[in-house]
Design a protein. Structure first.
Ligand code: NDP
Length: 264
């Protein structure tokens, strides 16, 4: 039964959110649970993730569970997703949101730094998307929706310092890669009614941005047409739409939720 006053009714859905225990991912988990879906939260190492899941489940009277899984490990990801599909499923959607950054001048970056970023932001997204797509295709499921958290930095060189001396080149390029990856997967899996889209945030107040110096944050915020960083919950509207039945004709898109940052 539809929840009165709530546009999205997810009561028949089960959705996996990677990095769903904190930051933007937590906001996704919360909004999805509030809409009535079962939620499987994937985390890497935060010890409080099972408690976060339990608390969310209690708040909205839905089944929310946390699963520890490093998404850069393809075999472990497949095993974990199969377990979730069997225990909580059928899974109907995935938010591939886990992401990391290394903030260093380009001249100092190492191969290790490259793997640290790309193994999560690109390979990790691919591992999770493929794991769920394979389950859907093998079980002749009616399809599903995959939402990838990319970034506005898929399009622009995102400065980490006002003097342009620090731009996070591996992070920015990994987001360009994952936005393109999402279009390729959308094209290949469309015949199976699997929709793949990217949501690309601008600056959001999370642990990832908390390391920035105050004067850098102020400088960045001033350049955003809306004049501020976003709060995590402000990212959720577009993702909910894409995961919902209202988004049934939307695939291969990249949607910017950036306070107008890409206007100039
Ligand atoms: P946070 O740093 O707050 O959280 C990162 C999350 O990803 C955590 O839940 C973490 O789990 C999880 N994670 C990291 N590596 C792995 C891994 N190998 N396997 C499984 N889970 C992992 O990030 P944000 O909320 O800021 O960012 C979320 C997404 O949004 C990222 O993809 C980021 O690039 C993107 N983004 C963020 C912006 C911002 O301004 N904050 C702007 C644009 C895009 P654990 O807690 O266990 O470590």
């Amino acid at each position: 039964m539809a929840r009165r006053g709530f546009f999205f009714d997810f009561s028949n859905k089960c959705i996996i959110v990677t990095g769903g225990n904190r930051g933007i991912g937590y906001a996704y988990s919360r909004a999805i649970a509030q809409a009535g879906a079962r939620v499987a939260i994937i985390y890497r190492s935060s010890k409080d993730a099972p408690d976060v899941a339990e608390k969310l489940g209690r708040e909205f009277s839905v089944d929310v569970k946390a699963f520890q899984c490093d998404v850069s490990d393809s075999e472990l990801t497949t095993k974990t997703f199969t377990k979730i599909h069997e225990e909580m499923g059928p899974v109907t959607g995935l938010v591939a949101n886990a992401g990391v950054s290394v903030v260093k001048p380009a001249i100092e970056l190492t191969s290790e730094d490259f793997h640290k970023v790309y193994d999560v932001n690109v390979l990790g997204v691919f591992n999770t998307a493929r794991a769920i797509a394979k389950l859907w295709i093998d079980s002749k499921h009616q399809g599903g929706s995959i939402v990838i958290t990319s970034s506005m930095s898929s399009q622009i060189i995102n400065q980490a310092a006002p003097n342009k001396a620090l731009t996070q080149v591996f992070y920015n390029s990994s987001k360009a890669a994952v936005s393109n990856l999402s279009k390729g997967m959308a094209a290949e899996w469309a015949p199976h009614n699997i929709r793949v889209n990217a949501v690309s945030p601008g600056y959001v107040n999370t642990d990832q941005t908390s390391h920035m110096d105050k004067h850098i944050r102020d400088h960045q915020a001033k350049n955003v047409p809306l004049g501020r960083f976003a709060e995590p919950h402000e990212m959720t509207g577009q993702a909910l739409l894409l995961l919902s039945d209202h988004g049934s004709y939307m695939t291969g898109g990249e949607y910017f939720v950036d306070g107008g940052n890409l206007i100039w």
